[in-house]
Structure formats: C-alpha cells, structure tokens
Design a protein around this ligand. Structure first.
Ligand SMILES: CC(C)C[C@@H](CO)NC(=O)[C@H](CC(C)C)NC(=O)[C@H](CC(C)C)NC(=O)OCc1ccccc1
Length: 218
C-alpha cells in the first residue's frame, strides 16, 4: 500500500461543489466517485450531473430527501451513463427528468463494489486505486463547524451524510483520510476534511468504514 495517496494531485477530482439546502449529498458523493474513475480511465476530468440523479433516479433515491450511493451507481448503469454538469446543471431542487439528449456525451460505468465494512485497510486499498464514496455520521456540531485539522469526533451515532474519500496520508504523526464534502469551499479545509485513521475503532471515526463503495469502469 502506498504511504500516501491524493487523487487531487492526479487531476482526478473536480472543484468542490455545494449541495445547498437540499439533502443531495448522496448524489454529490456518487458523482465525485464516477468523475474520479472516469478520469483515471480516460485521462479526462469531466464534471458530471448530480441533477440528473436527483430528477431521474427516483425509484430508490429521493432527491433532496436523501439517497444511497449504491442505488445511484446502479441507476447510472441502467441509464447507460450520466450526463455532464454542463449539459444537465444543478438546480438545488428536484425537477423533471430531462430526456436523453441525442448528441450529449455521457460517462458510463460497468459496475460498483462495496468496501468490506469495518475494515480500515480495505478502504485504504480501494482508495489506492480510486476515489471512494463514503457514508458518515455528520450530524454533530463538531463536524458541522469543523474548520481544519485532523478530525477525531465527536460525531452523531448514525449515518446521515455522504462524502468522497480522495486520499490518505500522515502529518505530524497524525494519520488521516482526506475527504471531499459538498458544502462549498468555505467549509473545513477549502471544502475538504481530514479524518483521523488508525484509532482502533472498527467502524472508524464517525462510522466512515460502514458504508463505503466505488464505481467500476472496465
Ligand atoms: C437529511 C438527509 C436527507 C441528508 C442527506 C445528505 O445530504 N443524507 C443522505 O442522503 C443519506 C446518505 C447516506 C450515505 C447515509 N441517505 C439516507 O439517509 C438514506 C435516505 C433514504 C431516503 C434513501 N437512508 C439511509 O441511508 O438509510 C439506511 C440504509 C442503508 C442502506 C440501505 C438502505 C437504507
């Protein structure tokens, strides 16, 4: 396993976005993971459409009411791909599903995998290959008002938010996993949070090892 990984330096991560007053973190996490594997696979970094997931992936996911990244990965597979942000921009509220645009470009995936639960090494192994979608218990004030540094809790006790892990490393003896949030650039470390790893908690800080998954593009 590499000592440190950071997909931002590899050009696989788009600028931090902002979900606004809408519970669409699941769509932002899904899209960031697909933007990552797509860049790794094609060399092109393309910002993709969270709005398409909000408007069109409505059977199992619930727009601003919440969703699950695995459901969204499955939708993208069934939908034969996802449009670019440019072609299908974010409105911060649910809208009608726009029909497929004939000449629009889409990014496809061929599958997705769940990271084995409660296994830090499994998440690091996945992260060494690509950005990974991660569920997190983010309801605590400590997390909401996080300003920087290596976060070690306190957290709420159930999963209620989603981030995208984009790397891991160590600084001044503190081991961390760095994650992209979708609360704009003014939150945390320019929109990112470094979460402590190696704490010995099987579920990880804020339960980040309990619902992680990533898209596959063969
Ligand atoms: C207040 C929320 C709507 C805010 C948003 C983030 O913006 N949270 C979410 O979208 C979270 C993310 C998840 C990774 C924990 N999703 C949720 O809370 C979803 C919502 C329902 C409607 C699908 N529920 C959910 O995760 O229930 C647990 C579950 C796990 C695995 C399979 C089925 C169910």
């Amino acid at each position: 396993l590499p000592w440190a990984v950071d997909w931002r330096y590899k050009g696989a991560v788009t600028p931090v976005k902002n979900q606004g007053k809408c519970g669409s973190c699941w769509a932002f996490s899904t899209v960031a993971a697909v933007e990552g594997i797509n860049q790794i696979d094609t060399g092109k970094l393309v910002s993709l459409s969270e709005q398409e997931l909000m408007d069109c992936d409505t059977t199992l996911d619930h727009g601003c009411g919440g969703g699950i990244m695995d459901f969204a990965f499955a939708f993208i597979m069934g939908n034969q791909g996802i449009h670019t942000e440019e072609d299908y921009p974010y409105l911060m509220e649910e809208g009608y599903c726009k029909e497929r645009q004939p000449h629009a470009s889409v990014v496809t995936i061929t599958g997705y995998e769940d990271v084995p639960e409660n296994s830090e090494i499994s998440l690091l192994k996945a992260l060494a290959h690509q950005p990974v979608s991660v569920g997190i218990a983010a309801g605590s004030r400590d997390f909401q008002f996080y300003k920087g540094g290596v976060f070690d809790g306190a957290c709420s006790d159930e999963l209620d938010h989603a981030l995208t892990a984009v790397g891991y490393g160590s600084s001044y003896g503190q081991d961390y996993i760095v994650m992209k949030n979708s609360w704009g650039k003014n939150w945390g470390e320019q929109g990112y949070v470094r979460i402590k790893r190696g704490t010995g908690k099987p579920e990880g800080v804020c339960a980040i090892y309990t619902m992680a998954s990533y898209p596959v593009k063969n």
